[in-house]
Design a protein around this ligand. Structure first.
Ligand code: F6P
Length: 328
């Protein structure tokens, strides 16, 4: 594989997600295998601007495939949004002799990479890393599978108390703009109702569903609420609303928060990260740039970054229907 690229930078950016370390490991080891130098860029675009670089060899990434978070740290960087910030980053990369980079992150991180490529003609490749699974061009982002398993495990535990005390629980999960975590984990954990940003069924429907559920003989219920749900009420307000209108229910709230972003990645996320890292490096060496590596129907595919970030992913209508049927 003859290529102009002799040194590749790798970094993580935006919110961390389980599987990022496995992807870093894969990029580093693929470079070592192909006799390309690899440089870790710390703290995302901020570290790029400041020249926070460290050469990584195959042994620098021992024992990280199983770890959540990111050994390269992550940051959201305001300065990189400016032309001057990106110029500083470019100067640092050139000074270090870096010929291309792999960015592991979400929509915001990819947008920065795309602009950088357009302005400087610098070769870039993206690997989708976010628990939200909200990137077009891939059926799975790194961390999503781990996050939904974390949520299911937590809800299984909450269910013990819900059923012992005949209670209704509102469980808030992450997802500011999209409901993939809520819908998938909700179906997997057997939730009574799932409230997501993509659809506002209204508070009336929630009350109706809870009434029906009581009448059908259910003594406890779990309602999964995505952070960005459209009812206009947060989980604590929902609790008050239901207590006011359906006093028969004893209601509790549980906000799962950042525990969903941490923890050891599942096998699925580790394998996916390993595959994506290899594909990212090999694609750069083949002269491809400004793409994101994704997975579709078990096959790895490349999507132009511009297409990957142009819209939010759609909610899975079939799974929504399954969820409705399951609450019968
Ligand atoms: O984008 C991933 C995500 O986990 C969202 O689901 C959540 O709304 C957000 O990050 C939280 O971000 P932060 O850690 O910056 O508060």
């Amino acid at each position: 594989m003859a290529s102009e690229i002799k040194k590749i930078g790798v970094f993580t950016s935006g919110g961390d997600s389980p599987g990022m370390n496995a992807a870093i490991r894969s990029v580093v080891r693929t470079c070592a295998y192909l006799k390309i130098e690899c440089v870790g860029i710390y703290r995302g675009y901020q570290g790029m601007i400041e020249g926070d670089f460290k050469t990584l060899d195959a042994r620098s990434v021992n024992n990280i495939i199983n770890k959540g978070g990111t050994i390269l740290k992550s940051a959201r960087c305001e300065e990189f949004r400016t032309k001057q910030g990106r110029q500083k980053a470019y100067d640092q990369l050139i000074k270090e002799g870096i010929d291309a980079f792999v960015v592991i992150g979400g929509n915001g991180s990819f947008h920065g990479a795309m602009l950088f490529n357009q302005e400087f003609g610098f070769p870039v490749m993206g690997i989708p890393g976010t628990i939200d699974n909200d990137i077009l061009g891939t059926s799975y982002t790194l961390g999503f599978d781990t996050a939904i398993n974390t949520v299911v495990e937590a809800v299984d535990k909450i269910r013990d108390t819900a059923s012992s005390h005949n209670r209704l629980f509102f469980v808030e999960v992450m997802g500011r703009d999209v409901g993939h975590i809520a819908l998938n984990a909700g179906v997997g954990a057997g939730a009574e109702e799932i409230l997501i940003p993509e659809q506002n069924l209204g508070l009336e429907r929630l009350l109706e569903s809870l009434k029906r559920s009581k009448a059908s003989g259910k003594s406890s219920s779990i309602v999964i609420v995505a952070e960005g749900d459209r009812t206009g009420k947060n989980v604590f307000e929902l609790k008050e609303y239901v207590e006011q209108h359906l006093p028969i229910y004893d209601v509790r709230v549980s906000v799962l928060g950042h525990m969903q972003r941490g923890g050891n990645p599942t096998c699925y996320d580790r394998v996916l990260a390993s595959r994506m890292g290899v594909k990212a490096v090999e694609s750069l060496l083949e002269g491809k740039s400004n793409y994101m590596v994704g997975i579709r129907d078990t096959k790895l595919v490349l999507t132009p970054i511009a297409d990957a970030i142009k819209a939010h992913t759609e909610i899975d209508e079939e799974l929504l229907r399954v969820s409705d049927i399951m609450t019968t």
